[in-house]
Design a protein around this ligand. Structure first.
Ligand code: SF4
Length: 717
């Protein structure tokens, strides 16, 4: 019998594409999902993960339902009430802060958090506890791009929008596999190319991924040589006169130093280092020179590197010397990995930042936020501990207590065995999560059950600065609470009640929006109520801009806000000029040697998300790749006596992994690949964890780990 359905508009909570989803709820409460044809980010399409998203909330078998705590780690967890859990946590935090100072405690949060949640944790620790010890797993994902944008454009601001795709005729995809990791965006690019055969795609990746297969030119460069390649392309552009001298003169600084740097190495030398042909470098430069719309897209292959910032700078420079920014179809476009990594950056979720991209090192910014928050303490002028620094500090005892929200660092941190030791050594661990599958739960002193997607309301910002509202559709199971409410209840237990006296997440968003007034991230025109009406808005969108837009009936187009930045060629730097950066092309990853002669890179598979606490529960998604594996080149396998499907041991200077080998010539000889998703559960083995092997080296400026380059050896097991 047909039952009436209620339809709700929301957003996918997996990747940074930020697809709009229609959730249909029948009279029996059953849920189905479909793509929202009105949402400008996906126009009705969903990938396999999005299409199966409702299963993650309909199956509550792994949900954390009640607060739990124990007085020491040898005791079993006991179910307690919210007041007891939060009062004990507040008492422990207060004691540690009084005894050791505010930097004895820390929060580690997630690009899965909604903007309101991020904002409130940042406000609590920076403005009220007096420490900047909050960092996010976005540090492992986007922080090199953040620094790259700030150094060149003056702010962490993605200059382009998805609509630029249809205006571009050249896509340079570097260190990314959007065909698997940002599928809906990639389908839009493929559709554009199918309709316009002159459109070209270049893919720069040591692996022949699905993205590389659909490219006109695949450059399988040696791992770590991205800067060599980008600088060589820059050299050819300059030598051939394919640069925009008017733009360089009028809108940039630093060209002379940049040109001097890229001339240091010949194209032939660069090609040799990269393991490709000089003609291929010249080909890319020629295509950039001939294009009318040049978009570069990148993710972890550039960001997750010990020289990640320099990789970003070398790529962004190609846009600045050619003036390919701020016009339709032109610009650098970092593809955000997580659904709300961007929102977290906006509200100060990184250890070095404050709301609206303010910096903790800037005295004026600190004073603005102290006044805005009516802080009882001074905001600390020193950046807090970044993700890997935080686990180091837990390991050596400088940080005593950590509160982990919606992230699973015992799978996702580099050199994860050491991270696990660190968490075992911590004096007090709070885990706030949706699922008991998070590997952190067994090490917690207090476990707080959080509401999941559809069970709470708030906002997220996707990769093109598009803010979308997510409504509460269903009740959370058991006693799980929205994360934002957990934090404001805790702040009240800490004695900060008057400044954490919210009734709804909308109140929190309104406060954050007021803090952005007059900044480059001005969202004073955005509210939950407006987002419910308009679906989504791209920042900046000030109250003044809203007053103008209100007179235009564009509610169904999604064309609200600011799609493209720098259209006036005025950048966010103090002198309004973009800053070209000359960068050395060396890679400082750990060296290979006879004991560890292969390079390991890690990454995603198509149907899994991060540490599988959600996608790992969906049978349909497990069918694509049911088990972890090692991709190794047949030549490397042969000299080691490794056969297809054989169990192998992969070992590095830090640990080992045991998985079955898959021989593949889709990667360069000397390179092997492990998916990053598998952790301790299911199966109670840590020998699946790719991060047993990865290096804890980080980029010195972004502090992003070197996930894409670890020296390893592989042997039959
Ligand atoms: Fe969700 Fe990303 Fe897939 Fe869109 S592309 S449905 S946002 S996982």
């Amino acid at each position: 019998m047909h039952t009436p359905t209620t339809q709700h508009r929301t957003t996918c909570c997996y990747c940074g594409v930020g697809c709009g989803i229609l959730v249909n709820q029948d009279a029996n409460g059953r849920l189905t999902v479909e793509g929202d044809p009105q949402h400008p980010s996906n126009r009705g399409l969903l990938c396999s993960k999005g299409m199966n998203l409702h299963y993650t909330v309909m199956d509550s078998s792994d949900r954390l339902l009640y607060p739990q705590m124990r007085l020491n780690r040898s005791m079993p967890m006991q179910r307690v009430g919210w007041d007891a859990a939060l009062e004990r946590t507040a008492a422990v935090f207060r004691t540690l802060i009084q005894k050791y100072g505010p930097d004895a405690v820390a929060f580690y949060v997630s690009g899965q958090c909604l903007t309101e949640e991020y904002y409130l944790v940042s406000k609590l620790i920076k403005g009220f506890i007096g420490s900047n010890n909050i960092d996010t797993n976005s540090r492992l994902c986007m922080s090199s791009a953040v620094v790259g944008y700030k150094l060149t454009l003056g702010e962490d601001a993605v200059p382009v929008c998805y609509d630029d795709i249809e205006s571009a005729d050249l896509f340079v995809v570097a260190g990314a596999n959007p065909a698997w990791c940002h599928p809906i965006l990639w389908r839009r690019i493929e559709a554009h190319k199918a309709a316009n055969p002159h459109v070209r795609i270049v893919c720069i990746d040591p692996r022949r991924t699905d993205t590389a297969r659909s490219a006109d030119l695949h450059l399988p460069i040696r791992p770590g040589t991205d800067i060599v390649l980008n600088n060589a392309i820059g050299r050819v552009l300059i030598e051939q006169g394919w640069v925009d001298h008017d733009f360089i003169t009028s809108h940039t600084d630093g060209f002379a130093a940049y040109a001097t740097q890229v001339m240091q190495r010949t194209v032939a030398d660069a090609a040799d280092l990269c393991g490709i042909e000089p003609a291929q470098i010249e080909q890319v430069a020629r295509w950039i020179g001939q294009s009318t719309g040049f978009l570069s897209l990148w993710t972890m292959g550039l960001n997750q590197s010990v020289v990640g910032v320099n990789k970003n700078l070398s790529l962004i420079s190609l846009h600045l010397i050619t003036g390919r920014i701020g016009t339709p179809g032109n610009g650098p476009f970092s593809l955000t990995g997580q659904p709300n990594a961007m929102g977290g950056r906006e509200v100060g979720g990184l250890a070095n930042s404050l709301p609206a991209h303010r910096e903790v090192t800037n005295a004026a910014h600190r004073a603005e936020m102290e006044a805005f928050w009516q802080s009882p303490v001074k905001i600390a002028p020193k950046p807090g501990l970044t993700a890997t620094e935080l686990f180091d500090a837990l390991h050596d005892g400088r940080v005593k207590a950590v509160w982990i929200i919606n992230t699973n660092p015992l799978v996702s941190m580099p050199d994860v065995n050491r991270a696990e030791e660190a968490l075992r050594k911590a004096r007090f661990v709070v885990v706030q999560d949706v699922s008991n599958r998070a590997d952190t739960v067994p090490l917690a002193d207090v476990v707080l059950p959080a509401a999941a997607w559809l069970e709470k309301e708030g906002t997220m910002t996707n990769a093109e600065r598009r803010v979308t509202y997510l409504p509460k559709v269903i009740d959370a199971p058991g006693e799980a609470l929205p994360d934002v409410e957990i934090i404001w209840r805790f702040a009240q237990k800490m004695g900060f009640g008057s400044q954490f006296n919210y009734a709804t997440a909308a109140d929190v968003y309104d406060e954050y929006a007021r803090s952005t007034a007059g900044t480059n991230v001005d969202v004073t025109g955005i509210s939950h109520a407006l987002l419910r009406d308009r679906r989504s808005i791209q920042w900046p969108y000030s109250a003044a801009a809203r007053a103008v837009t209100e007179s235009v009936d564009d509610a169904d187009t999604g064309a609200v806000g600011t799609p493209r930045l720098f259209t006036d060629r005025q950048f966010y730097t103090p002198n309004r000029r973009a800053q070209l950066q000359a960068v050395l092309d060396e890679n400082t990853s750990e060296p290979t040697d006879p004991d560890f002669p292969l390079v390991l890179t890690t990454g995603r598979v198509r149907d899994q998300w991060h540490t599988m606490t959600k996608t790992g529960r969906v049978a349909k998604l497990m069918q694509h790749v049911p088990q972890p594996f090692l991709h190794i080149h047949p030549a490397d396998a042969q000299v080691r006596g490794i056969r297809e499907g054989q169990l192998v041991q992969v070992r590095s200077r830090r640990g080992e992994v045991r998985v079955n080998a898959q021989l593949s010539d889709d990667l360069r000889p000397g390179l092997c690949f492990l998916p990053m998703h598998w952790g301790k559960q299911p199966g109670n083995s840590t020998l699946n964890r790719a991060n047993n092997l990865t290096s804890s080296l980080v980029d010195p400026r972004s502090k992003e780990p070197d996930f894409k380059f670890a020296a390893v050896e592989v042997v039959p097991y």
